[in-house]
Design a protein around this ligand. Structure first.
Ligand SMILES: [Zn+2]
Length: 444
């Protein structure tokens, strides 16, 4: 189940519209600019002469780029990013606490009885239970969500939202989660009832199918709930991106941007969707605050994800992980149900009231599998970086963009730290790749 939650978080992480009167695009950008400046995130500025005078040696040139980050900026970035490591632990512990609260005193069993009375039929009962479970978890973990989603982002000067606007968006995304979880839970327990002992094999297949559907509908149905997507105005940026897309057979006739500045100062772009809905889009912070060389470098990286079919490959690579995850759940649930039946009032795997326990086991598994998950995405990011350098031929634009990302990503971690906690390669790694390209190709 956590897989769906992860996928939802992935698609929703950039998101979200204020529910109140939306500010104009100009107001938003001005506010985001002001927030970015006030945050104290600074990179020592340079000119083309500085870049041309960089040593040819990739390692030395990489160091020169990293030296442009003031010590206090790096310290702040390190603190922000490593704080995220603790959040992984806290999120797991909060999740386990929620499970303990719901399972003890037969609360989940009573919730199932309520769903049975209202739903009248197994499918509607399980849907209701799934939705109610998401709601209960959201309410119980709200303090942590406020801390990580709003307070911490404010403290580090990256959020451009008022608390109420953030809360409105969080409520909306929880409503989306409730709906999706309802459908997924009804499907999963229908499979458990039919397949018996072997439910986890069919469950793996079902969850992959659900993941495909979720990724495919996300850019069309979910992301537009939170942000406005608009074509980039005609000009050199649009022409350059379309040129690179067409050169690689990407069938697009427009470039889209979205108003991320209403939520954050972060610069980013993404490729989302699957099958017919796949799209490459850049956020307005990237569009308005960076040079054209940087935009070309970033967008060629995103096109790399698209051309190399990373979305589909990612799901394929996750399949064995989900398979093992479900096997572990089947094994652990048998023992947990036998041991705790008296206290929880739940004794059978096909009883939806056991859902919080099932999710807890899956969460522990996926938290322990974090390095595997991260390594899958990190390897794809390295591929896309190299594709992007070959396409845009902008090693400096790429390096400059990477320096900006230090606002929210630790620049220079240790090797083990990068392996465990980094879903993208570190700044040092990525700039080094660009400088190695420059050294080998002999460009300025
Ligand atoms: Zn990427």
């Amino acid at each position: 189940m956590r897989t769906w939650l992860i996928a939802t978080a992935l698609t929703l992480c950039l998101n979200s519209a204020t529910l109140a009167q939306p500010p104009t695009a100009e107001e938003q950008t001005r506010k985001a600019d002001a927030t970015a400046q006030a945050s104290g995130f600074k990179i020592r500025p340079v000119d083309d002469a500085w870049r041309a005078a960089l040593p040819r040696n990739a390692q030395a040139a990489t160091q020169a780029y990293l030296d442009r980050l003031p010590a206090e900026v790096q310290a702040r970035s390190d603190a922000y990013y490593t704080g995220g490591y603790w959040l992984i632990l806290w999120e797991l512990l909060f999740g386990l606490a929620v499970t303990a609260i719901l399972m003890s005193g037969r609360r989940a069993a009573r919730l199932r009885d309520w769903a049975q009375r209202v739903g009248r039929g197994p499918v509607r009962r399980d849907m209701l239970f799934g939705g109610a479970y998401v709601l209960a978890s959201a309410v119980l973990t709200l303090p942590l969500a406020i801390y990580s989603g709003w307070w911490r982002e404010q403290a580090y000067g990256m959020s451009t939202q008022t608390f109420l606007a953030w809360l409105g968006e969080t409520a909306l995304s929880q409503a989306v989660d409730m709906l999706m979880m309802g459908i997924v839970v009804a499907g999963l327990y229908a499979v458990i009832r039919r397949a018996g002992e072997r439910w986890w094999i069919w469950g793996t297949g079902g969850s992959i199918a659900a993941l495909v559907v979720l990724v495919a509908i996300s850019p069309v149905l979910i992301q537009p709930l939170f942000n406005t997507y608009q074509p980039v105005e005609d000009g050199t940026v649009k022409t350059a991106v379309l040129q690179m897309a067409h050169a690689n057979g990407v069938p697009v006739d427009n470039v889209y941007t979205f108003d991320a500045s209403r939520q954050t100062t972060r610069i980013s772009a993404n490729v989302s969707g699957l099958l017919g809905t796949a799209a490459v889009r850049l956020n307005d912070n990237l569009l308005r605050r960076t040079s054209e060389a940087e935009i070309r470098a970033v967008m060629s990286h995103e096109l790399g994800h698209y051309v190399m079919n990373h979305m589909a490959k990612n799901i394929a690579l996750l399949t064995p992980l989900i398979f093992v995850g479900f096997a572990v759940v089947a094994w652990a649930m048998k023992r947990l149900l036998a041991r705790l039946a008296g206290a929880t009032g739940v004794s059978r795997i096909d009883d939806v009231a056991g859902l919080p326990m099932l999710v807890a086991v899956l969460s522990v598994f996926f938290t322990l599998a974090t390095p595997i998950n991260h390594s899958i995405t990190r390897l794809q990011e390295i591929e896309a970086d190299r594709f992007g350098l070959n396409l845009s031929r902008e090693p400096h634009g790429f390096a400059e963009a990477q320096l900006r990302l230090v606002e929210y990503r630790k620049a220079d971690p240790g090797a083990l730290e990068e392996f465990i906690f980094f879903h993208h390669p570190s700044t040092r790694h990525r700039i080094h790749d660009a400088m190695r390209w420059r050294e080998a190709m002999g460009t300025p």
